[in-house]
Design a protein around this ligand. Structure first.
Ligand SMILES: Cc1cc2nc3c(=O)[nH]c(=O)nc-3n(C[C@H](O)[C@H](O)[C@H](O)COP(=O)(O)OP(=O)(O)OC[C@H]3O[C@@H](n4cnc5c(N)ncnc54)[C@H](O)[C@@H]3O)c2cc1C
Length: 315
């Protein structure tokens, strides 16, 4: 049964259904979910629950159909965006599409790519989200971080956050660092020019990505780097294996682009992972290239799911 209460003024729910809190629309019940309003609440929760996990917009995390026993902290109500001249300070739960629009309204360039990424700022920093030649780390000055191991708030510079392709210090040290907010230095530019770039990015996405009407987690595999240093499209490799429209139960490869896997109707995490496994093994057999999973996961997974994860996830 779901109940709503407050504990130290932090809103929390037990047996909470997370279907509407992940873009894949996986049904996953969490034992305990906190909706935090500020950084002090996050620190207090971690002092009691060392194993709590952060959930942004759930746009890059596969939640288990078997549920989640760890406490889940949702940041969506921590969403201040404050502009000061060319700088902007953004709280972890701010939606990145809103950040992109507000930067444009302030004639500030650097966040045009965020218009198509349905994430929160915290998730984008953790995953070093990027598109259209820009990444979240490009304009980042520093981030306010809660170090759960040391139980203290620290400020880490862009260099200290050690960003690389869809990776960061936060992602590498799963569970240790929590993004509370981040500061960016943007560039003044012509509003119409910024808006035109955002429109161009949106148009491009419409052609190559499914909308969230087809629930998905964005690109599931990173684009692999070849021995000569160039990168190749993971989606193209999957397509060449003849997997467009490949399904397991209610999960399947999107017919228009091989790097998207869709929840067609109440798919389970196991069905979704079996599709990823088929994509991985097919590309390995045909091209001798080992794809690397871009998404992360949370919850209680079965042995069969763990086995697939060990193969497709090699960070
Ligand atoms: C339609 C679609 C298009 C997409 N396009 C792109 C794209 O172009 N480029 C791209 O890079 N990605 C893309 N993605 C993937 C995804 O949006 C990004 O990876 C995004 O940055 C994840 O943010 P989130 O808030 O949804 O994080 P979540 O999915 O909620 O979490 C991802 C990870 O970050 C951690 N996390 C979340 N918040 C915090 C925090 N405050 N502190 C520490 N850790 C935290 C979580 O614990 C988890 O490990 C797309 C996804 C979809 C569905």
């Amino acid at each position: 049964m779901t109940c709503t209460c407050t504990k130290n003024n932090t809103e929390f729910f037990r047996d909470f259904e997370l279907r509407n809190f992940n873009t894949l629309k996986i049904s996953s019940k969490a034992d305990l979910v906190f909706f935090v309003k500020n950084e002090a609440e996050i620190c207090t929760i971690f002092q009691t629950y060392k194993n709590a996990i952060m959930l942004g917009a759930g746009s890059n995390v596969l939640l288990s159909s078997n549920g989640i026993r760890q406490p889940v902290i949702i940041t969506k109500n921590m969403c201040e965006i404050s502009f000061r001249r060319d700088c902007v300070e953004i709280e972890a739960g701010a939606k990145t599409q809103k950040v992109s629009l507000e930067a444009c309204n302030n004639s500030l360039s650097g966040f045009e790519f965020l218009i198509g990424i349905p994430s929160t700022l915290g998730g984008a920093v953790a995953m070093n989200a990027g598109a259209h030649g820009q990444t979240i780390s490009d304009k980042l000055v520093n981030a306010r971080i809660y170090d759960t191991k040391e139980n203290k708030i620290i400020t880490l510079s862009k260099e200290e956050l050690n960003f690389s392709y869809r990776n960061s210090l936060i992602k590498k040290n799963e569970g240790r660092y929590v993004v509370l907010s981040a500061k960016f230095a943007l560039e003044k530019d012509d509003k119409q020019k910024i808006k035109a770039q955002m429109d161009k990015n949106t148009e491009f996405r419409k052609k190559v990505q499914p909308s969230l009407a087809l629930p998905n987690l964005g690109s599931v595999f990173k684009n692999p780097t070849l021995p000569d240093g160039s990168t190749i499209s993971a989606g193209m490799l999957v397509d060449k294996c003849g997997l467009k429209d490949f399904h397991v139960g209610n999960a399947g490869v999107w017919a228009r682009h091989g790097n998207f896997v869709i929840n067609f109707l109440n798919c389970t995490s196991y069905e979704y992972l079996q599709v990823l496994y088929k994509m991985y093994t097919s590309v390995k057999e045909k091209f001798n290239i080992e794809l690397q999973c871009e998404i992360v996961r949370a919850g209680e997974f079965s042995e069969a799911e763990d086995e697939i994860w060990r193969v497709i996830k090699k960070d």
